[in-house]
Unconditional design. Structure first.
Length: 241
């Protein structure tokens, strides 16, 4: 007869065991303390919501479906350990030819955030989040990287192909934030040249998107999505049904 199986200690660690995970019960959205150990990655995420269950790993599709654009944030600091995980997600984003054209400016200074808020139009619903979130990340891209593969293949999109790479990196960041119980918002409509001047970004680089990061104070419902039949084409392109 086999001895009883011991309970896996990784399932319910104490909050002190991992400083990157906040204690459950703090704030409006308590977190389930999960674990990162060995090759298995587990994250803390809100218990509430139809897409996740307490004590389970968050499936990648649950993460994608559950992410929201957060425009209101709690007055609560983001631990450096969690922010480092977001930046690691950027680091491991794919890019053509492994060019890795991204640069990220981490902004916590209230005066700088206020100056950047002034580059966002007053009609932009994300304007408040720029100063309300405890951390603001400015994702910048290096331009004039030769968009060739082995020096003999190029694309018609030229230098601006770097925007695609930055979009992938930004999505990595936002999905990881959601998996860690944090909210984000991609702010893309602002005075990019003025933001570049405020942040001291040198020539050869552009400020592409501002991403507030923090604990959500309000989570919106999911917006409508097109059905697969409306955008999936078989073999050749056709008009959506």
């Amino acid at each position: 007869m086999m001895p009883p199986r011991k309970k896996d200690a990784r399932v319910r660690p104490t909050p002190e065991a991992h400083p990157a995970i906040e204690r459950a019960g703090k704030g409006k959205f308590p977190l389930t303390p999960l674990w990162e150990r060995g090759e298995a990655m587990q994250y803390a995420y809100p218990r509430k919501g139809p897409l996740v269950r307490r004590g389970t790993r968050m499936h990648i599709l649950d993460t994608i479906r559950g992410r929201r654009s957060i425009r209101r944030y709690e007055d609560r600091p983001v631990p450096g350990e969690l922010l480092d995980q977001l930046l690691q997600a950027v680091r491991w984003a794919p890019s053509g030819g492994n060019t890795q054209p991204w640069e990220v400016v981490e902004i916590r200074d209230p005066a700088l955030k206020e100056a950047l808020q002034n580059t966002v139009a007053t009609t932009n619903p994300g304007r408040r989040a720029v100063v309300e979130a405890p951390v603001l990340l400015a994702v910048c891209g290096k331009v004039r990287i030769p968009e060739t593969y082995r020096h003999d293949v190029t694309t018609k999109f030229g230098d601006w192909w770097f925007m695609f790479h930055l979009g992938v990196a930004a999505q990595n960041l936002c999905l990881t934030a959601h998996a860690l119980g944090l909210g984000t918002l991609m702010v893309g409509f602002f005075d990019h040249d003025r933001a570049k001047e405020i942040l001291g970004v040198p020539e050869g680089y552009e400020v592409v998107v501002l991403i507030p990061v923090g604990y959500p104070a309000k989570v919106p419902s999911a917006p409508p999505r097109r059905e697969l039949r409306e955008f999936v084409h078989k073999d050749t392109f056709r008009s959506p049904a």
